[in-house]
Structures are given as C-alpha cells and as structure tokens.
Design a binder for this molecule. Structure first.
Ligand code: NDP
Ligand code: 2IT
Length: 452
C-alpha cells in the first residue's frame, strides 16, 4: 500500500469512529476532518503521536458543562435558555476562548469552535488551552437591560467553572465589550475578586488597548504576510469583506489604511456593494450603525445610495482579496469557483470556518493563497493573551506596544505555517502548515504528561 493510500484509509477509519461517537454534530465533524486530513499523514511518519493516541484524545473534550439560564424579560415573562462551556484541552495553558450568543448555537458549533481554538491558541506561541462557550440566547431585539439580566444569570452558573488560571472566556458573535462588562461585573460580585477572568474588558477595568481591533487587524497582517511571499501588496487591491461586526469592521479599517478598496460588507439579511469603497468616513458611519445604533446593513445602502442585495452573500463581486468575517460555512465551493474566475489571489478567514471544506479544497487546488481561520484570525485571542499578561503584571501597555506585539505574533504564525506547509513545488499550503504547527506543541505537552 502506498503511504497516500494508508493515510486515506486511516482518515476514513478515524472519521467514521468520530462520526459514531458524535452523531448529529456536522460542524464538529467538519472541523475535525479538516485537521485530520493534515495530521494523519503526519502522525503516520511520527508514530510516537499515534502510539499515544494523541488524535483520539485531542478530539474528545476534557469536559462540557451545560446548564440552564433563567432570566426575566422586560415584560416580566420568565425565559429559559441553554448554555455551555466546552473545555477542550488545557495541555499548554488555562482554557481560553470566546462566548457566542446566537440562536444557531448548539453543542456541535461550540465543539467545532473549541477544537479549532486548541490549534489557534497554540499557534500564537502564548500559553493558552482551547475552549469555547455560549448560549442559544438571541440578543437581536433585546433591550440592554434584558441583555444585562441574561449575562448576570449566565454568570451565576459559569463563575464556578472559570478563573484566571483555569479558564478565561472572552467575546465572539453576539458578545462584545458591553456583554463582557456585564459578565465581569457579575463575576466580581459573586467571587469578590478583581482578577483577569475574562478578556475583552473595557479599558477602565483591565482591558487591553487594541483588543477591539485585534482580530480584524491581525487578519489583514496575515494577508500582508501571505502576499509578500509573492511580492504582492495590499495597496491598490479590491477586497470583499463579509459581516459588519467586530471582526469585519476592523478588517475594513486596516485594509483602508493599507490602500485597498473594500467594496462589500454584509449582515445576515444581505450585503451592500459600494464600488468606490467603504472609505474612512463611510466606515465611521457604519461603525456607529453597528456598534452604537445596532442597526441593519441595508441602512448603509439607503444612506449612501448604493446597492443592497437582500439575502445574498458578497462572493459574486469581483475582487483580488476576499476576507469572510461573518460566520461558519458562509462561502461554499460555487462561491469559491466564482471568486477564482473573477481574479481572486488571496483569502484570509477572519471568521471561524467560513469556507466549507469543498471551498477550501478548491482554493488549495487552484493554488490561491489561503489563510485558514485558526491562523488568520488568531490576532484576537493573541491580544486576549496579552491582556492576561498585563492583568497578571498589573500594568497596561501602550497602543504601539500591543500593536507591535500583534504584528510580530501574526508574522510568526505565518512563518510557522510556511515552515510546515510548503509543498515540493513551493506552494504554501497554510491549512496543513497551521494544523501541523499548532498540533506539535500541544501533542508534545500531552506526551510529556504520560497517560492522563
Ligand atoms: P459580531 O457579533 O460582532 O458580528 C457578526 C457578524 O456576522 C454580523 O455582521 C452578523 O450579522 C453576521 N452573522 C452572524 N451570524 C450569521 C449568520 N448565521 N449568517 C449570516 N451572517 C451572520 O461577531 P464577530 O465579528 O466577533 O465574529 C465574526 C466571526 O469571527 C465569527 O466566526 C467568530 O467566531 C470569529 N472570530 C471572532 C473573534 C473576536 O475576537 N470577536 C476572534 C476570532 C474569530 P447579524 O448582525 O445580522 O447577525
Ligand atoms: O474565536 C476566537 O478566537 C475568539 N472569539 C476570541 C477568543 C478570545 O479568547 O479572545
């Protein structure tokens, strides 16, 4: 049997076992398959990992805490939601990862996110394990008081399971600085401790400069590093961005600063196409719409007189750079093919797993520069790690200090991907590179611990 065939057979055997153990969890199975495609050939030539069953152990969370959150809405009705914290792996540091509030949140979604987080956090070079949490609570249409009551009710249970040396949550979809403030305030009351138990905090109470911008900026820094390998640059390129939340807004900001023209943004109702670009002034308006007024993207099109495409995603628009920054599986193989036909040269995943596995394969087969989320969007959790360091030291670094460290971390991640992902023909497969580089450190720590 050739080594290729042996790897294929082992992959299918491994995935069929995983599917049996995790029925009805398509997102989790998808995330594991993407990683296993890279890692199985690698463990076959590094049998110490296979003998210690590292892949099998890595794909089973350390624990999942699931609980009811009961709260009262503004009309006095009692509401019940379900919440989780998936503590996936703490081999290289305390559990770390965001909290997501969205009606589509399921255990499968949080397991995929927690699993990816293990590799992402390892790639940052900082001592952070992998976790994710959240709730099927829908923040849309809720008053600030309702959101506050929900966050307080959630923390009534969550506080027992987290701690600065145990598990440090942060934001994700539907959880921004407002929610982190409510969660942190409640943690302090319950634990009577002021400590860095959450990241993404406000600057007045232990937050780090540049954390708000970090994921979006980091994705663009990663894009810059990928383009440099082909003597290309961001200046003068047309970019499509999806989403208009935390990641998308600061991705657009950095792309503008570096001279790209960003022609799209979206939310779950559709996308806007602004052919002249979402310039600085328009971005300021969009930030106010999304961060302050919590409005819909359609209002941008109404205000600036450009096109709104209801119920559609932006991948039909011609561009050289694509940065999906909204949610998982928002870019499929048809979209990927259209993008390539229209002149795409590079993709940086600002969101987690925004490209389907078929789309990812298509990009790699066409030798497009493709930065997978666990590498390209690691800037957010990296600056969270820097927030933890500042909290532990009881100091605050300047904006330039944090941004400088972020740039260095993104360059290092890029270089690790290149080291582990370069094909014989020179093409850099960042997916394989990120998976192997992220895996090595965690797997070596697990080997050192013996059978635990
Ligand atoms: P936000 O809640 O700030 O924004 C999310 C954006 O995505 C909104 O525009 C939202 O539109 C859109 N969106 C959410 N769900 C869907 C859906 N099911 N279909 C279509 N559009 C959707 O979240 P973030 O910007 O923080 O997160 C975006 C992505 O980036 C996620 O994949 C997240 O996991 C990832 N990420 C976030 C990090 C962070 O630091 N925040 C770090 C690394 C990755 P609408 O308002 O209509 O729902
Ligand atoms: O997906 C992610 O990396 C995040 N949502 C950020 C996690 C964090 O702990 O800052």
């Amino acid at each position: 049997m050739t080594s290729d065939n042996a790897a294929k057979q082992k992959l299918e055997h491994f995935m069929s076992g995983l599917a049996k153990r995790n029925p009805g969890e398509p997102e989790f199975q998808q995330a594991v398959r993407e990683v296993a495609e890279s890692l199985i050939p690698y463990v076959l030539v590094n049998p110490r990992y296979d003998e210690a069953q590292i892949l099998e152990r890595l794909t089973e969370p350390d624990r999942i805490i699931t609980f009811r959150v009961t709260w009262q809405d503004d009309t006095g009705h009692i509401r019940a939601n379900r919440a989780w914290r998936v503590q996936f792996n703490n081999a290289i540091g305390p559990y770390k990862g965001g909290l997501r509030f969205h009606p589509t949140v399921t255990q499968s979604v949080l397991k995929f996110l927690g699993f990816e987080q293990i590799f992402k956090n390892s790639l940052t070079g900082l001592p952070m394990g992998g976790a994710k949490g959240g709730s099927n609570f829908n923040p849309r249409g809720k008053s600030t008081n309702e959101v506050m009551r929900f966050c307080q009710a959630m923390m009534r249970e969550l506080h027992r399971h987290i701690g600065e040396d145990t598990d440090v949550p942060a934001g994700d979809i539907g959880v921004g600085s407002r929610e982190i403030g409510f969660l942190f305030g409640q943690y302090m009351r319950l634990a009577n401790r002021f400590t860095g138990v959450l990241t993404g905090k406000g600057l007045a109470f232990g937050g780090s400069l540049v954390r708000v911008e970090a994921t979006g900026y980091g994705a663009v820094y990663f894009m810059q590093n990928m383009l440099a390998t082909q003597n290309e640059d961001i200046a003068g390129k047309v970019a499509t961005v999806s989403g208009s939340g935390n990641v998308a807004l600061y991705c657009i900001e950095k792309l503008n600063e570096l001279g790209a023209t960003v022609v799209t943004a979206s939310d779950s109702s559709g996308y806007i196409y602004d052919p002249n670009g979402i310039n600085e002034e328009r971005l300021a308006w969009l930030k106010d719409l999304k961060e302050v007024r919590r409005g819909r993207i359609r209002e941008y099109a109404d205000h600036f007189g450009c096109d709104f495409h209801e119920g559609e995603r932006p991948w039909g628009v011609a561009c050289q750079l694509a940065l999906p920054c909204a949610t998982q599986n928002e870019l499929d193989a048809n979209d990927a093919s259209t993008l390539v036909t229209n002149g795409l040269i590079a993709v940086a995943e600002g969101a987690n797993m925004p490209c389907t596995l078929d789309a990812t394969h298509l990009f790699l087969n066409k030798q497009i520069l493709f930065g997978p989320g666990k590498a390209a969007n690691a800037g957010g959790v990296a600056v969270s790690g820097l927030e933890q360091s500042q909290n532990a030291l009881r100091i605050s670094w300047s904006r330039d200090e944090v941004d400088g460290r972020l740039k260095t971390i993104m360059r290092n991640i890029h270089d690790k991907c290149r080291e582990h992902g370069t094909d014989d023909n020179g093409f850099i497969n960042y997916v394989r590179g990120a998976n192997i580089a992220g895996f090595e450190k965690v797997a070596d720590a697990m080997l050192a611990y013996g059978v635990v």
